[in-house]
Design a protein around this ligand. Structure first.
Ligand code: DAK
Length: 248
């Protein structure tokens, strides 16, 4: 696959998102590749735990690919939201095997939302986490408005969502976004993965299903609708144009 590297070792699948020139930003091809890998690994009994990371030392994922945005209509954006949520973000959230995000640098916007969809997150010391969508005239559209408050509480989540300001690894660990932080995010994830593969997979699957049974689909539908609406605003055109032309 063009945008993803996969290696499997002793029951642990390492999925590396690989568009390093764009800091692994999520475009529709990468999302489609990720959907396919997740689908393939679901039925492989030799794979017990998945680790998701980004290529290089600089970024996990620097967000959705902003360069794709100007060509999207409100309908395209709503459609992209629904497809991305269902085929990737919800698939990860409801996956029957544990998925750990190894956050090895920037995890911004859709990148942080991808990590939030995973079951466990760990990070490297240079990790930077944030939801900068408001700086583009948008709101988080891949589940961030739902999963972040659930994980760290409404006050801290709203500080991140409404300011768009990122936080460092230390604060992310303190706030409970990252379970642990170390020199190397993948090694940190492997430590947990090795503990996970010692336990019964059927029990883990049942526990995952049980933990996720309370999930609020209504909130996600609201997020998709409002994300699409923001694409029609002058703020969105202004914010994206500023990023593309390297202005503040
Ligand atoms: N998209 C496209 N290209 C990106 C990118 C991104 N998100 N982030 C970085 N790049 C590209 C840069 O444009 C640059 O490309 P060239 O100019 O070299 O061609 C290259 O990666 C290296 O980046 P920089 O030169 O900017 O590197 P710096 O070290 O100076 O800065 C940075 C690193 C991460 C601070 C900076 O790149 C940055 O601020 N990036 C944008 C971060 C951001 O705003 N991300 C959030 C995007 S909003 C959806 C749902 C959700 C979403 C979308 C759709 N649906 C429901 C439809 C999510 C939205 C978002 O994620």
């Amino acid at each position: 696959m063009e945008n993803i590297k996969l290696s499997i070792n002793e029951g642990i699948a390492l999925i590396t998102l690989s568009r390093p020139k764009a800091l692994n930003a999520l475009n529709k091809f990468l999302l489609e590749d990720l959907h396919q890998v997740l689908k393939d690994l679901e039925s492989q009994e030799n794979v017990r735990v998945l680790i998701l990371t980004g290529e290089g030392e600089k970024a996990f994922v620097a967000g959705a690919d902003i360069k794709e945005f100007p060509s999207l209509s409100k309908e395209d954006a709503t459609e992209m939201a629904a497809v991305g949520q269902e085929r990737v973000f919800d698939k990860i959230h409801h996956y029957p095997k544990p998925i750990i995000a190894a956050v090895n640098g920037y995890a911004l916007g859709g990148g942080l939302e991808l990590a939030l969809a995973c079951h466990i997150r760990v990070g490297s010391q240079n990790a930077v986490l944030g939801l900068p969508e408001v700086t583009l005239g948008l709101l988080p559209g891949y589940g961030g408005t739902q999963r972040l408050p659930m994980l760290i509480g409404r006050g801290r989540a709203l500080e991140m969502i409404l300011t768009g300001d990122p936080i460092d690894a230390e604060k992310a660990e303190h706030w409970g976004i990252l379970n642990s932080v170390g020199d190397n995010a993948i090694e940190e994830a492997e430590k947990i993965a090795k503990r996970l593969i010692k336990r019964y997979p059927s029990a883990q699957k049942a526990a995952l299903q049980s933990v996720h049974s309370y999930y609020n689909e209504q909130g996600l539908k609201e997020e998709i609708k409002r994300f699409g609406q923001q694409f029609q605003t002058p703020d969105f055109n202004h914010g994206v144009d500023a990023f593309l032309n390297k202005r503040k």
